[in-house]
Design a protein around this ligand. Sequence first.
Ligand code: MV4
Length: 461
Amino acid sequence: MFQKILVANRGEIAVRIIRACKEMNIKTVAVYSTADEDALHMQLADEAVCIGPPKATESYLNIHNILSAAVITGAEAIHPGFGFLSENSLFAAMCEEVNITFIGPDKRVIEQMGNKSNARLMMEKANVPVIPGSSSPITTVEELEGIVADIGLPVIIKAVAGGGGKGMRMIHDESQLIPGFLQAQNESKAAFDDNRMYVEKIISPAKHIEVQLLADKEGHVIHLGERDCSMQRNHQKVLEEAPSPSLSFETRQKISESAVKAAEFVGYENAGTIEFLVDEEENFFFMEMNTRIQVEHPITEMITSYDIIKEQIRIAYGLPLSFTQEEIEFKGHAIECRINAENPQYNFAPSPGTIDLLNLPSGGLGLRIDTAMFAGSMIPPHYDSMIAKVITHGKDREEAIAKMRRALDEMVIDPIQTNLSFHMDLLEDDEFLDGSYTTDTLSKRFIPNWTKLKEADDEII
Ligand code: MV4
C-alpha cells in the first residue's frame, strides 16, 4: 500500500480523506493556504506544507506548488477531493509526469467526460439514453436555429466546458433564443475561455438522480445505488438522500445498469458518478458524469457500509475491488443536510467569521457529522460556505428524518449565520415528506414562500 498520500484540498473533505488514510496506516501530507494556518486538516495531518496566499488560484489551484509539496515530502499519491483540481486533466497528467499517482480516473477519461458534449456522444454510443439535443458542439446562432427547428422549444443551452450550471440558459420562447444563447456563450468564454455550446430539450419537472460507481483497474465496475439530489438552489445541492424516495424498483434497476454500462464503455476507473434526469413517467436520461468523489458520498456509505474513500485509495494502488455487486447489501435510508455559513434571509449571503460557540449533536445511533469546524475555528471568506454535513441513517426514511430533526435541533453554531433553521423548515415541507419534490421545488416554491414568511415574521417583531 502507499506509505504517504498528499491531500490536495481543505475543509471537511480533507479531514475525511486524512481519517481514511490514518485508518489504513498511511502517512498524510496536508497543504494549506495562509488563510488556513489553524485549520483542522493541517493539524490532523502528519505533515503540512503552506502552498500560498488565501486566493485559491494561488494556493489550492496552484499545480506547481502542490506538486512541489508532494515531491519534497515524498508523497506517492495525491487525493484531490472535490472541487479545486479534482477534475483537471492537466493536473492528473502532471502528477503522472512526476511519478505520483493521481487518485482518480485516467487523465484521458477526465478530459473526455469534462467535455460535456463529447460525454453525450459517448453515452449515445454506449446505448445509454441521452436527452434529445445537439450531437456536436455549436458556436453560432445559425447552428442553434438549425437544432431548434429540429427539436422545438423549450431548450436549455449549456457550455461544453461547463457542468454544474455555469454558462447555462433555459429558453422558453423564441424571442429569448438568440440573446439567451449569446449570454450563455459569453459566460462560458469568461469562465472557461471556451465558446463551444450544446443544446438539449428541457426535461421538467424532473428528478435529479445520480448513481455512485466504483471501478478497478481490472475492469470490474459496480454500482452503490442512487442518490436523490433534486433539492438544489443555484445548482448547489442543499439536501440529498439515498435511496430516492420516488423511484420504482424497475427504474432503480435500469438506471443503475445503465450507469454501469456507461462506465464500462469509457473504461472508467476509480470512484465516479453518473447524473441522470428522470421525468414524470420515469424515463431517465444521461446528463453528466462526475469523475471525482462527491460531497454527498456519505449517504451512500451509510446505506452500504462501504468506505468509498478507502476504496478509491485501494483502486489507485492497483488492488481489485474487494467485493462484488451481489455482495452489496442496501440497508435503510440516509439523508444529508449541508450546513452553510450563510444567511438564507438575505438571499443566502455568505457569513464567514470565527465560531465562538459550537455544539455538535454527534451522539446516538445513525448520526454522522463531517466537518472541519471546532470551537474557536475560523471560516475564511475565500472559499466555499459549506461548513458541515449532517448525515443521518435510519431503518427507514421516517427514522432518518426524525434523527435529522433531532440533530439539527441540538446543533449550535455561534455567532456566524447558518442555514440551520432553513433546513428545519424544509424537513416539514409536504413535498419533501411525501418524496415527490423535483428540481423545481426549492427555487419555484419553497424558497419564495419561505422568504415571504420570514419577512412577515420580521415585521411583527
Ligand atoms: C437540465 C435541466 C432540464 N433539462 N437539462 C442544472 C445543473 C446542470 N448540471 C444541469 N442542470 C439542469 N439541466 C435539461 N436538459 C434542468 C437542470 C436544472 C437542475 C437540475 C438538477 C437540480 C436542480 C436544477 C435546477 C435548475 C435546472
